[in-house]
Design a protein around this ligand. Structure first.
Ligand SMILES: Nc1ncnc2c1ncn2[C@@H]1O[C@H](COP(=O)(O)OP(=O)(O)OP(=O)(O)O)[C@@H](O)[C@H]1O
Length: 336
């Protein structure tokens, strides 16, 4: 169990983590999600006692990390690539770690088996692929048989097989009753691995919810409607309790705009994004209003789009990639 209360970290004028309070429970996988620079690594470092909070506190199994007499039996972490002597074999590396911390030697064999490192355990770590290095990092984290695991971007750079392996291992460890807290910047990955998700942006918590609820909220449906009588249809939609917004995102065709436009030009052509009404209802409204329909398409926004929408104001460095910017600024233009 990880409990943070009012956790804050400032680096000079920069507030990396801004007064966050959350609980990471045992027996489930909790995803920690946020764009680059959101504060995930800083939070994880504070949990591990590697960074001192400017304010607030965080405990693991009831105590700050540094107050545990044997912290590695409480919490194991995979943070950024750790220093491993490249000339040592994986097995030697784990043996040294085990000896340093007083863990039984047999645990080395157990974690090698658990992380699928048997075939390379005697090879020099210096020649390891990223995936093997990641497995070794996880083996090291598991050495103390900790009840809490913190994995910072564990699937970064892994091939599909490695990603699947991390996913299954995280779920297996949680099924044993452990607390598993893993960070990612990919909502789709977290949705497949985690039961619960905490979303952070610019150091603040934006969502703390079950993946199931996040997914249900994400599949908010809109209907795309193209019509030569956009203003008239928008007015009818608003009267029926729906919301119509111009699909180009430039002009809102809300109630008043629609009424004004309707008075001025009842046959304004355009495309609307409609929420709150389903496609058949919109079709019937169009019929009653005497407006032709050129397109009537139900649109479901993806999980990734819902996440982008949630974090769009928290993205620290925007890329020039136009498709990325589009995706980050529109939710209603979902996939068909
Ligand atoms: N030692 C430091 N000194 C100054 N600023 C820092 C330091 N560490 C982190 N920051 C800043 O704090 C903010 C949060 O950084 P952090 O690394 O925790 O984010 P993150 O969510 O882990 O992002 P990423 O996915 O890019 O690692 C960023 O703006 C970062 O530049």
């Amino acid at each position: 169990m990880i409990e943070a209360h009012g956790l804050t970290k400032r680096y000079g004028p920069k507030t990396a983590v801004d007064d966050i309070t959350f609980t990471v429970r045992p027996g489930i996988v909790t995803g920690f999600l946020g764009p680059n620079g959101a504060g995930k690594s800083t939070t994880m470092r504070m949990i591990m006692g590697l960074d001192r909070p400017t304010a607030g506190a965080v405990t693991v199994n009831g105590l700050p990390y540094s107050h545990h007499r044997s912290p590695l039996t409480e919490v194991g972490a995979l943070l950024e690539a750790r220093a491993v002597h490249p000339g040592r074999s994986a097995e030697q590396h784990l043996r040294v770690l085990a000896a340093t911390h007083g863990f039984p030697d047999r645990r080395v064999g157990e974690v090698i088996e658990l992380t699928g490192l048997e075939s390379v355990a005697r090879k020099r770590v210096g020649g390891f692929s990223l995936g093997m290095g990641q497995r070794l990092g996880i083996a090291s984290a598991l050495l103390g048989d900790p009840s809490t695991l913190i994995l910072d971007e564990p699937v970064n750079g892994l091939d599909p097989e490695g990603v699947l392996w991390v996913r299954n291992l995280a779920r297996y460890l949680a099924s044993q009753g452990r607390t598993v807290f893993l960070s990612s910047h990919l909502m789709s990955e977290v949705a497949l691995t985690a039961d619960h998700v905490i979303v952070i942006g610019k150091g603040k918590i934006l969502a703390d919810t079950s993946v199931k609820d996040f997914t249900a909220g994400a599949s908010r449906k809109t209907v795309r409607v193209s019509t030569p009588g956009a203003a008239a249809l928008a007015a009818a939609i608003e009267r029926a309790g729906g919301t119509a917004v111009a699909a180009d995102g430039e002009a809102s065709v809300g109630r008043h705009a629609a009424d004004d436009a309707l008075a001025a030009a009842p046959a304004v052509p355009g495309t609307l994004e409609v929420t709150g009404l389903d496609a058949p209802t919109i079709g019937e409204l169009a019929l009653t209003a005497g407006v032709a329909l050129h397109e009537l398409t139900p649109v479901v926004s993806t999980l990734e789009q819902a996440y982008m929408e949630l974090t769009k104001d928290s993205v620290e460095y925007r890329t020039e990639d136009v498709s990325h910017v589009d995706a980050a600024t529109t939710t209603t233009g979902g996939q068909r």
